[in-house]
Design a protein around this ligand. Structure first.
Ligand code: FAD
Length: 474
């Protein structure tokens, strides 16, 4: 029999459930496949640098599969519909008996898979696996069988289920006895190109595992002390790998437990703090499945549809470029524009600034982040933006509004992070780094740095009124 493994967001050989299952029968001929869909990626605003990262990762995957005597076939077409049509023909041509894949939970992806299963009915058996989460969507619910709308009770229920669940990592398959396989160079994607800094984010599952091991051993215990300081590298920076499945959440959980075996009993300390972040990732993916409207650009809290947003104009452009005049916001945006990664605290600050200070629709910011992020992930990005905009589940009430100056003072006290990314402020003393223009006025100096776009106190008041009006009129 011929088994085909369709790789999508699971670009690894170790602990890959679909691949593992496809290789169980030693007599089967196993083929692997990746289909690039640039038109679909553009429609999803995928960052060009994420596409580059996927391309690099595919080369590692191709080599790792070849070492197991499995060929990685590769095809490029426009969108999901075209991919399905091609795949049906490919299955016929290769006499595929069973198709193996790991589920994706976004709506378009789910619809693609449902359509494919229909198209293949009677010809090919489809076997789908829950692989990209510790616990599958729909398995962590309230007493009434409903998905939680708030994170903390979700997490508590999740932890109760986790100890009983099978979270073992599966090994990579053994080399198959089907002879050497051809390795054709992978044609570049027909998609805009943007380089990834390979020193910061080396591609491939081996690099991902090395980073995970080092983080769990050396940094996880200190995570709670360091995680909110953007100037330190206190977080794992594994999000780009998790986003494309070069790493699995089980590998993260198991490695963390191996280093910190008492984590679940003690329920405190850095390791547990880090697990908590992994569970935020789970939460947002579970939400997508329970509320498909989240994949249709809908706010979770319905009345927030009526907030009158400002038209995105030069202020939006300046935010994108990191030229708002608020140093912490600008440093953060430049970090993302240049590297594709931004610290979590800064994602919250920059998102809050766009929505609450500039009062620009959160969906504009959500889309811009996707075009830049190396770790762009629909569920986490949408969840993060709706959180910041107070339109989501688990909403911080809309009247809690970050002050970008005091946030900077709190999380980048000495301004080390700011100076790294905003060199125009190199000369500004530590005590003035968060309000450089005030200092420049006092010193009668001219800064080559924009003045604050908005007065925070005024913007805050107007945003509160806008939200209150929307709620009243809903
Ligand atoms: P660590 O602190 O080391 O955490 C480990 C892992 O847990 C992360 O790699 C990530 O997979 C997961 N995680 C951590 N925090 C969150 C969170 N708040 N929500 C969901 N998962 C989390 N994360 C993405 O992976 N892709 C995105 O597109 C994305 N967009 C975001 C947009 C906004 C506005 C906000 C506020 C957050 C967003 N996040 C996103 C979540 C978070 O900022 C990143 O996951 C985190 O900064 C990645 O860095 P790390 O790997 O060092 O995280």
């Amino acid at each position: 029999p011929t088994h085909l493994v369709w790789f999508r967001n699971d670009l690894r050989t170790i602990d890959n459930r679909a691949l593992h299952a496809a290789c169980e029968d030693p007599a089967a001929r196993v083929l692997a496949l990746f289909i690039a869909t640039p038109g679909q990626w553009a429609a999803h605003s995928m960052a060009p640098r994420q596409a580059s990262f996927i391309h690099q990762t595919l080369q590692h995957l191709q080599a790792a599969l070849a070492a197991k005597n499995i060929e990685l076939c590769y095809h490029q077409c426009d969108d999901f519909a075209a991919a399905n049509a091609w795949l049906v023909a490919f299955c016929r041509e290769q006499q595929v008996g069973t198709l193996f894949y790991n589920r994706q939970y976004e709506l378009n992806e789910q619809q693609r898979d449902a359509a494919l299963e229909q198209q293949l009915a009677g010809q090919v058996v489809c076997r789908a696996f829950d692989d990209s989460l510790l616990l599958p969507p729909g398995s962590v619910t309230t007493g009434n069988g409903e998905m939680y709308k708030v994170y903390t009770p979700f997490r508590n229920a999740f932890l109760r289920r986790l100890t009983a669940a099978d979270t073992r990592s599966l090994p990579a398959p053994r080399p198959r006895e089907q002879g050497d396989v051809p390795r054709h160079p992978l044609a570049p994607f027909d998609y805009p190109q943007q380089a990834v800094d390979e020193a910061q984010f080396p591609a491939g599952e081996e690099a991902a595992l090395a980073r995970l091991r080092a983080f769990c051993r050396e940094q996880a215990p200190d995570y709670l002390r360091q995680r909110d300081q953007p100037a330190l590298s206190g977080t794992s920076q594994i999000s780009p790998y998790l986003a494309i499945g070069a790493l699995s959440p089980r590998q993260c959980f198991n490695r963390l437990q191996a280093e910190c075996p008492r984590m679940l009993e003690q329920r405190d300390g850095g390791a547990f703090g880090w697990l908590n972040e992994l569970l935020w990732r789970e939460f947002y993916r579970h939400l997508l499945v329970a509320w498909p409207m989240l994949c249709k650009h809908q706010p979770f809290i319905r009345w927030t549809r009526f907030v009158p947003w400002h038209t995105p104009d030069e202020a939006f452009e300046a935010w994108k470029q990191g030229r708002t005049g608020y140093p912490i916001v600008d440093a953060a945006m430049r970090q993302m524009n240049q590297t594709g990664w931004m610290h979590n605290r800064l994602r919250m600050i920059t998102a809050s600034y766009l929505v609450k200070d500039l009062r620009i629709d959160w969906r504009e910011g959500e889309r811009y982040f996707m075009t830049q992020l190396l770790d762009g992930d629909y569920a986490a990005n949408n969840g993060g933006w709706q959180w910041a905009a107070s339109t989501g589940t688990d909403a911080t009430p809309y009247f809690r509004i970050f002050n970008p100056t005091t946030q900077g003072e709190r999380y980048d006290k000495q301004g080390d992070f700011i100076r790294r990314w905003v060199p125009e402020l190199a000369e500004v003393p530590e005590s003035a780094i968060h309000q450089p223009h005030r200092w420049a006025r006092e010193q009668q100096r001219v800064l080559d740095y924009p003045a604050p776009q908005v007065d925070h106190a005024t913007a805050r008041r107007e945003t509160l009124e806008a939200f209150e009006d929307a709620r009243r009129h809903a």
